[in-house]
Design a binder for this molecule. Sequence first.
Ligand code: MG
Length: 351
Amino acid sequence: MDLRVVRMRLEENEERLSPFAARSKHAKRRIAEEPAQVRTAYQRDRDRILHTKAFRRLKHKTQVFIAPQQDHFVTRMTHTLEVAQVARTIARALNLNEDLTEAAALGHDIGHGPFGHAGEEALAECLPEGFRHNYQSVRVLDVLEGGGKGLNLTLDVLDAIEKSSKAREDIFAEGWGVPNTLEGQVVKTADAIAYVNHDIGDAVRAGLLTERDLPDAAQSELGRTSSERLNALITDLVEASWGATGEMDAGPAVIRFSPRIDAVANELREFMFQRVYFYDLTRAEAERAKRVVIYLFRHFVAQPGRISLDYSIASDPVERRAADYVSGMTDRYALRVARELGCEDAVGFGI
Ligand code: MG
């Protein structure tokens, strides 16, 4: 039996998607490949991302709270899975390509270094060209994984990952560009919907705030529990973005909240910046984590022979190789290596 009929049927099913949806049969790769038998191009990308070692390491990388000892704090991996779920719900509701959103969501944070944004800031100070996790996610998937050859993902998936980051001032601000596909725009928004909510949960768990501290508008318009807020944000986004379905007279094909919920969501996100992300206590620990990353970076620049060839490209400049290696580390691996090297800042974390 020629199993290619399965993929062709899946591609045919995509003809029923919105006229604005991405279609896997048109997806391009840097290097052309024979299509898979039973999966579309986007499904194949999703599987390639899921099976990387970089994906597995997300379970021991910080989301917001650094190296938490307690099991219920969100890690980069659980964050990633929540983003994928929110994005798929929205994509399916709007009749967009769910497989593309899933692939991009699973890969969007794969380039995050240890200790979350503290690690990112540290590496940005170390490298002359700077360091951004969204660009590093693309680099991990397109260059470093697959034994230094990259995974040859579709350009749509790489574009959605590169442009998944958001500027502080607004969820929909153009920082790092607007994704070319509506599916990429869904992932970008799903990321904010997911993290604002689970970070509230973690901040409550850490004793930094209670749900009653949240802005009044967020409590009255989005609800008082995580599930109410998620539901309110997702349903508002689906309704306000209905034009993306391509149904007659439904408005322009853009992904957006209604003006009212947009204001409430951005106020809530800014509240989180002030009360949690830049809070002094978490900030003091973040500064210490930054020093650990800088220590490791300098160590490997001085001793390039100790950089694993599995996580860097031998012909790259030594700073780039050290950044690739250190940014691939989990929180606990980074702390272990730093402690073994005698870095005092690495002592005293929970793990
Ligand atoms: Mg994210």
